[in-house]
Write a protein that binds this ligand. Sequence first.
Ligand SMILES: [Zn+2]
Ligand SMILES: [Zn+2]
Length: 85
Amino acid sequence: MVLVLLILLAVLLWIIQKELNATAPQEPFPAGQCPACQAAIDIDWMVCPHCQQRLRESCCCCHRGKLIQQEFCPFCGQGSEEEAA
Ligand SMILES: [Zn+2]
Ligand SMILES: [Zn+2]
């Protein structure tokens, strides 16, 4: 009887572990991290609240917030040559 309980417990633990692995938080999406201070940021934020680093800029073409480190706008393909200093 004890052995059965132990096996049940082991199976339960195995299932829980599998479940935890399945629902474990994913690796932080690069866009969810400030490139300047590495703070966790919401991917929709325009400016990092920790260091005021600009994270997104509105595309000159489609006016959607594209990531500042992105060479071109992923929404409309507009390049950012004009933005280069
Ligand atoms: Zn920051
Ligand atoms: Zn655009």
